[in-house]
Design a protein around this ligand. Structure first.
Ligand code: NAG
Length: 299
């Protein structure tokens, strides 16, 4: 290869590398279908790619519209362009410079079905509606997967944990979970369980007392927007096995018996020595009998 040829070859290689880095095509990644609790919010996860170099927020514009009609805009930074039905209900949560087009729809209504599609605009240059990656929203009045675990029996004084959880699609304002148990200090977790679904959970640790037996433990879940649900379980507390009511009388009886035995022992010892004294003649009776002998001898 001549030196000319080598330079040309390198130049072609560089072109290929640049092209593969820069010529990313328009592409959006969304969750195609997502459930939404009415009156609460729903967050539509979205990321996108565009050709050319990465641009700052100021050079990009995000629009969400219905698939049916591109001029039915549900999100636009200029709120006057948004159709009445969605005015002040949509917020772009993602940062465009990070290629994130995540959208929040608040105060979900029964007819917010979509499908909704993202459009990226590079003003004065280019724009693209991602009509192949639209999102269908399924509004529902009933939250999913409300759970509170049941426990057969609790042991008095033994710490036990209860878990209350719910699935939701409003991670920007997750539900709050509270417990009926007094002075509880639960641990709260929010977990991404993929495809736009999240799980909120609260873990309560309590130490059952005798007075908790047969009471109800209630977990209250309050969703953003005001919907509230409760789940209740009953506490069955097993009394701690307690032998004091047996131990005390038995100990008292044994103590009395022992005391009585010791007394008998000393008493019998004392009587024995007195009897021995009598027999050996040192006692009062012995002296008497000796005296009577003396009187008799005087006679
Ligand atoms: C996009 O933005 C949302 C909202 O800020 C965020 O929760 C999510 O993690 C971002 N996605 C990616 C892939 O960075």
């Amino acid at each position: 290869m001549s030196s000319h040829g080598r330079v040309l070859f390198r130049w072609i290689c560089l072109q290929v590398i640049f092209a593969s880095v820069l010529s990313e095509d328009w592409e959006a990644n969304v969750v195609p279908e997502i459930k939404a609790l009415t009156t609460s919010c729903v967050v539509l996860p979205c990321t996108f790619k565009y050709p050319g170099a990465q641009l700052p927020d100021s050079r990009l514009r995000a629009i969400w519209h219905t698939k049916e009609k591109q001029d039915q805009i549900i999100y636009h930074e200029d709120r006057t362009r948004v159709i009445d039905n969605f005015k002040d209900r949509t917020t772009l949560l993602g940062r465009l410079s990070e290629k994130n087009c995540t959208l929040e729809i608040d105060k979900v209504r029964n007819h917010d079905n979509g499908p909704f599609c993202f459009r990226a605009e590079i003003p004065q240059k280019d724009q693209y509606s991602f009509l192949k990656s639209c999102v269908t929203v399924k509004p529902t009045d009933e939250p999913e997967n409300l759970q509170l675990d049941k426990k057969e029996f609790l042991e008095e004084g033994e710490p036990v944990s209860f878990r209350c959880s719910v699935k939701h699609t409003c991670p920007s304002h997750p539900p709050t979970i509270t417990w009926s148990y007094p002075n509880s200090n639960p641990t709260v977790n929010h977990r991404d369980i993929s495809n736009g679904n999240w799980e909120a959970e609260s873990l309560l640790t309590l130490i059952p007392k005798e007075k908790d037996a047969h009471t109800f433990l209630t977990c209250t879940i309050k969703f953003h927007g005001g919907q509230t649900r409760t789940i209740t379980t009953r506490l069955y507390v097993k009394r701690k096995e307690n032998y004091l009511h047996i131990i005390i009388p038995v100990a008292a009886a044994l103590g009395t018996a022992l005391l009585f035995g010791v007394m008998c022992f000393f008493m019998s010892k004392k009587y024995k020595s007195q009897i021995q004294e009598l027999q050996s003649g040192n006692g009062f009776l012995g002296r008497m009998s000796r005296m009577s002998q003396r009187f008799r001898s005087v006679d």
